[in-house]
Design a protein around this ligand. Sequence first.
Ligand code: GAR
Length: 193
Amino acid sequence: MKRIAVFASGNGSNFQAIINAVKRGELNASITLLVSDKPGAYVIDRAMKEEIPTFVFAAKNYPEKAEYEKEILMHLDKNKIDLIVLAGYMRLVGDTLLQAYAGKIINIHPSLLPSFPGKDAIGQAIEAGVEQTGITIHYVDAGMDTGPVIAQESITLTEEDTRESVQEKIQALEHQLYPKVIQQLLHKAEAFH
Ligand code: GAR
């Protein structure tokens, strides 16, 4: 059974969707660890309810990124993690993790990359007045939302759409697509065999 660590900073609805897919038998993997950089984030409550071990840290308590990433790496190694899944982890991944988990870190982003990278991608798309936006799942590299794309799905924006309605559509799509793509990656990609 492949072992996944999810990294998240906030609500954790994608974390929950991944867990639910495992429970339904649609994702054949173990969600072994949650890593969060936000003490108090709701995603940590979700992990506790699901009895998933967590490593929570506050970046401000470390002199530099390499220091907290070394600590994360210890937890990943101890838990024999095969794949790192970023799900609303609002931090750039540094060299320590990129080197140790080369090709084994993926992210989900709420836009059709390369359009609207960074924060508030949904707000950026609405502001730009585009007719279509969507979601992207991609491998993580040192840039901000820049690694090779694995999968994308789009939605059409209508006159009636509000920020909330767009967010709802985007998240519904994320909750379906992320578990599906993780399943395909773990069971088809060369890197995981
Ligand atoms: C998701 O919509 C994800 O695409 C986005 O954060 C949200 C987290 O929601 N990620 C980014 O914007 C990364 N640049 P969740 O905590 O409910 O899963």
